[in-house]
Design a protein around this ligand. Structure first.
Ligand code: N01
Length: 544
């Protein structure tokens, strides 16, 4: 039942208790929990269907690099039991089918306004509601606003001169045509070798006549060893799901490891034992296995270099041309840019129709009508693929004109870097919540584990406020300052800030260089959030 104050009820538009921006994995679950509380809810989604990241990212080879049975909702044991994942690592079409199934099974679509982009979210101090303006359709007012806009949802076009002059089609991996693209017989140029590039390169190479990969920074990539799941594997995990979910919540990355926890420094063991350990992790196939092999890979450069060198040795073994192999070898600390999980990535460079252009040696100068020009030559292309990533973590939030108390804009508040208490709320913006916002483990974790934690924390908070007749919750400036300092201190104890990455906003020209995710681990972070709630929402101002 809606509980809008009477003076908004007379305004044009829709009045609800809570508005949710986005209908991906986060927005859908938020809808579900808020509806359970009996709130009137509305979600607004730019896409024409549910799915968020898995709706937009349809590039060839798109696949989650967290195992399917681990990257799925835990809130419904029935859902867990009835859904059968077909592969160890789920491909985008299967993920989208799953999310659509969830929307239908829990009857969530009727709360979503699709094909509608939120332009502005303004707080009205007099009525204490958020006014949400969209690109079409009625405005929405709501007491609570939850931004479920995703950490990696605003595609970043590269700053390449002449890109608009290219005569052929240009595709961005994060905005792939829904009908797919047929590269048969074409010369394709692909820019970018992060996760999206690493996944799409082997698939495009098998179809195109020629593939030229333009690489600025090589990725560390490990084999996924993807395969179909057997009934026995599915049954085993389903039988133990409750305990497994608990382990996820208490773990570092939201991905429990089958390996015993590391107890030793990489430098404490001999080279033979160390390489045996790395080899086991390599053969297991996961984003986190290698990184968690020893206690100090994330914090000690020399320890880290043993893992980095192990991956480089694999690249040299796989890639036949030694010059290409060296060009593919990353030189920054392992794991400080998001590592990738692949199928046949390095081996693809052994194909006759694939060539690697090292942009560090011959920088990209411009795109011309005919192709891509570097400082040494022009490469003719019939189509260009941009796998150039995202304005991560904050891009989707600052793309909206969000204004809190006294009309203060979030964009301005965050000009020198995002400031959020627990990555959940920001001072001056009452009753506004972010899911997996900057300052929470978010992109350093299995996203769905972090999404569920935030959704449940927000829903519990709103229920708690209602039970006490409180209308407003707002992060205090001092709690926010302390948290931002803590997030920075934890990051500065690691190797992460040493490398330019989207974690730091370094991929977007002009963006403040701040390490955005919380590197303290999913389990530790959850305990902090739970403690804040148990203390009557310590660090927040509560208003009747
Ligand atoms: O983007 P990225 P992504 N000229 O930013 C290059 C998640 N994800 O879409 O590093 C030339 O990682 C850029 O080079 P550099 C995952 O969290 C998950 O691949 O800036 N090159 C880099 O090589 C991932 O980390 C999955 O020097 C330019 C690449 O483009 C995150 O999304 C799948 C350039 C961008 O890599 C982002 O991944 C896909 C320029 N002007 C994504 N501008 C899975 O679950 C950029 N680049 C598997």
């Amino acid at each position: 039942m809606a509980t809008n104050p009477p003076d908004t009820a007379s305004e044009p538009g829709e009045h609800v208790d809570a508005v949710v921006v986005g209908a991906g994995l986060a927005g859908l679950y938020m809808l579900y929990r808020l509806r359970q509380l009996g709130l009137a809810v509305r979600a607004i989604e730019a896409g024409d269907d549910v799915g968020g990241t898995w709706y937009w990212n349809r590039y060839p080879g798109a696949r989650c690099d967290v195992e399917s049975m681990h990257y799925s909702y835990s809130f419904s044991p029935e859902l867990e039991q009835e859904w059968n994942w077909s592969e160890r690592y789920p491909a985008q079409p299967e993920l989208l089918r799953y999310i659509r199934h969830v929307a239908d099974r829990f009857d969530l679509r009727r709360h979503v306004r699709f094909g509608t982009r939120v332009l502005a979210v303004h707080h009205d101090e007099r009525t204490r509601v958020w006014r949400v303006r969209t690109d079409h359709g009625q405005p929405v007012t709501a007491r609570f606003c939850v931004l479920a806009t995703g950490c990696l949802s605003v595609a970043k076009a590269p700053e390449i001169p002449g890109i608009d002059s290219f005569a052929g089609p240009v595709y961005h991996t994060a905005r792939w045509p829904h009908d797919g693209v047929d590269f048969t017989g074409l010369r394709v140029g692909l820019v970018g070798t992060g996760s999206s590039g690493v996944q799409s390169i082997p698939v495009i190479a098998r179809q195109a006549a020629e593939l030229t990969v333009f690489q600025r920074t090589p990725a560390y990539s490990m084999p996924a060893w993807n395969r179909p799941l057997t009934d026995a594997e599915r049954d085993r995990l389903k039988a133990g799901y409750r305990m497994f979910r608990q382990q996820q919540r208490e773990s570092g990355f939201g991905v429990p490891s089958p390996h015993p926890p590391a107890t030793r420094s990489a430098l404490q063991v001999g080279a033979e034992e160390r390489n045996r350990t790395y080899q086991q992790r390599w053969e297991f196939g996961s984003v986190t296995a290698l990184m968690s092999a020893f206690t100090d890979l994330a914090v000690d450069e020399h320890a880290n270099d043993t893992a980095a060198e192990f991956v480089r040795s694999k690249i040299r073994q796989i890639v036949r041309d030694p010059v290409v192999a060296e060009d593919l070898c990353p030189r920054y600390p392992f794991g400080t840019k998001r590592p990738c999980l692949d199928t046949d990535y390095y081996a693809t460079y052994n194909r006759d129709n694939v060539r690697l252009v090292n942009l560090r040696r011959t920088p990209l100068v411009a795109v011309t009508a005919r192709g891509v020009r570097t400082s040494s030559q022009e490469y003719g292309c019939d189509a260009i693929v941009l796998a150039t990533g995202f304005d991560a973590m904050t891009g989707a939030l600052t793309a909206i004109d969000i204004r809190g108390r006294s009309g203060r804009s979030l964009r301005e508040k965050w000009a020198a870097g995002p400031r959020a208490y627990l990555g959940l709320a920001t001072s001056g913006f009452p009753n506004l919540f972010m899911i997996t916002g900057p300052g929470s483990p978010s992109a350093l974790s299995n996203m769905i584990v972090s999404i569920e934690q935030h959704v449940e924390w927000i829903a519990d908070c709103i229920r708690w406020l209602r039970e006490r007749g409180l209308s407003t919750i707002e992060a205090t400036r001092s709690a926010e300052d302390d948290w931002v300092a803590h997030v920075a201190a934890v990051a500065s104890g690691t190797l992460y800030p040493r490398t330019d990455s989207w974690y730091l906003g370094a991929n977007v020209p002009g963006k403040a260089r701040v390490f955005m995710p919380y590197a303290g681990g999913v389990g530790a972070y959850r305990r902090i959030c739970d403690g804040v709630a148990a203390d009557g929402y310590r660090g927040f101002t509560l208003t009747p």
